[in-house]
Design a protein around this ligand. Structure first.
Ligand code: PMP
Length: 441
């Protein structure tokens, strides 16, 4: 990949301290990032602190944050209400182990009230945990072993979730090493946004498939929104074939008050959640139909449920308190406001593409926005592979040099801490970067 030399030079001149501290960190932490998806070309920026929609790095640069902690911080950084809830809870309890009253109940109730498909909820820590739980419950409920997933999806790091999920690498060319032998036999891949293609495969393998696992907006694959027709077809076919339909709403829950399932009007059997529901603290959940959730209820099984998913930190009180404070202020009005900003950016990117006659366009839904430079509109993983990744990465680097923070993978995420002025500033800066890079004249 050829990075623009002038922008690389600018980046290095702006971030010497980041480079120094990143090298030091890498000596004891692979990638130099303690946790998640860290990598950024030419090297990561080491962040010092953040507040609202702003981030400050160790070199003193201030950025508009359009990464929101990798889909987590729907209210921006260090939100005052979430901070107060956390501080209050720190005085009461952090982690009990046994049941406590009433944080778990209140967060579960907020989720149950938002999603009619969710009768009951169980808490975990990561999105991977939640998806593994939903897969297990589906296998127990159906007595079948295979899982169907959409091409290019991302659901977490467990073996069965990783098959076909090679973010930014073509899964037909590369399979992640180290997976348990035979795992690929347990996964059936179905095309995304192709109702007929997906239905034909599900019909063929239906008798062996426990669950269809689908992201209503493919996140890591490039913020590619499903069509309502596609999701409805999955609903109809899975009902017919006795397959559990799992919506992975780890990323999409904040696109509408009732999650993406409310936006599309399609009801899954199980929903997995994560990221935003913990208000910035580690928290995930599985929710769904009572009969399925009761496979984890000892009282429904003489004290011996088929599945007892013991998650030490599931329901941790600080995470629950933060999650409650987060969801309580994520009102329908706030969804509308941030979604309108998302639409403004998506339309703005598309308009720039048309005006300059370049194949730049956006995908996404609500506060989730994907940027693409592809000859065809990106609607699935196949079209995503047509993206000119070099151009996208260079645009993202140029944006960082203009104080807009995001991942280098071509996505812009909005929080409720962002307003019209920041969105307007972003659009102007985006256009400016296309000029700086010589991509338009
Ligand atoms: N599902 C989706 C849709 C995701 O995007 C992710 C993570 N980006 C996960 C699941 C896994 O979540 P975690 O990293 O918390 O395990």
């Amino acid at each position: 990949m050829q990075l623009n030399e002038a922008e690389v030079a600018k980046f290095r001149a702006r971030n010497p301290r980041s480079k120094e501290l990143w090298e030091k960190t890498k000596e004891i932490i692979p990638t130099g990032h303690g946790g998640g998806m860290g990598y950024f070309l030419p090297h990561p920026i080491m962040v010092d602190h953040a507040k609202g929609c702003w981030i400050w790095d160790v070199d003193g640069n201030r950025y508009l944050d359009m990464r929101i902690g990798d889909w987590v911080l729907i209210h921006g950084h260090c939100d005052d209400d979430i901070r107060d809830a956390v501080m209050h809870q720190m005085e009461r309890s952090v982690q009990i182990g046994g049941p406590e009253w009433d944080l778990g109940y209140r967060l579960a109730k907020l989720l149950v009230d938002r999603m009619p498909s969710v009768d009951k909820v169980r808490f975990f820590v990561s999105g991977t945990d939640a998806n593994m739980c939903a897969v297990r419950v589906s296998r127990i409920a159906t007595g079948r072993m295979k899982i169907a997933k959409t091409e290019g999806s991302y659901h977490g790091t467990a073996d069965v979730l990783l098959i076909g999920s090679t973010i930014l690498r073509d899964p037909t060319q590369w399979e992640p090493p180290g997976l348990l032998t035979g795992t690929d036999k347990e996964v059936v891949e179905i095309p995304f946004n192709d109702p007929d293609g997906a239905e034909a495969i599900l019909e063929r393998h239906g008798a062996d498939i426990a669950a269809v696992l689908v992201e209503p907006v493919q996140g890591a694959a490039g913020m590619i929104e499903a069509t309502g027709e596609y999701l409805q077809r999955l609903r109809d076919v899975t009902t017919k074939l006795g397959i559990i339909l799992i919506f992975d709403e780890v990323v999409t829950l904040p696109v509408a008050y009732g999650g993406a399932q409310a936006h599309f009007g399609v009801t899954p059997d199980l929903t997995t959640m994560g990221k935003a529901i913990g208000g910035g603290l580690p928290c995930s959940a599985v929710g769904g139909r009572a009969d399925l959730m009761d496979l984890m209820e000892p009282d429904a099984h003489d004290g011996q449920p088929p599945f007892n998913p013991m998650a030490t930190f599931g329901g941790n009180q600080i995470a629950m308190a933060a999650g409650i404070a987060c969801l309580e202020k994520l009102t329908p009005q706030e969804h509308d406001r941030v979604n309108a900003l998302g639409i403004k950016i998506m339309k703005g990117i598309d308009e720039i593409g048309r005006r300059y006659e370049i194949p730049v366009h956006s995908t996404g839904l609500g506060h989730l926005i994907g940027l693409h430079w592809a000859p065809e509109r990106v609607v699935d993983f196949r079209t995503r592979l047509l993206d000119d990744r070099e151009k996208v990465v260079n645009i993202m680097m140029a944006l960082v040099n203009e104080d807009i923070y995001q991942t280098y993978t071509g996505m812009f995420l909005l929080s409720t801490a962002i307003g019209e002025p920041e969105v307007d500033h972003f659009m102007t800066t985006f256009e400016k970067c296309l000029h700086t890079l010589g991509y338009v004249s």
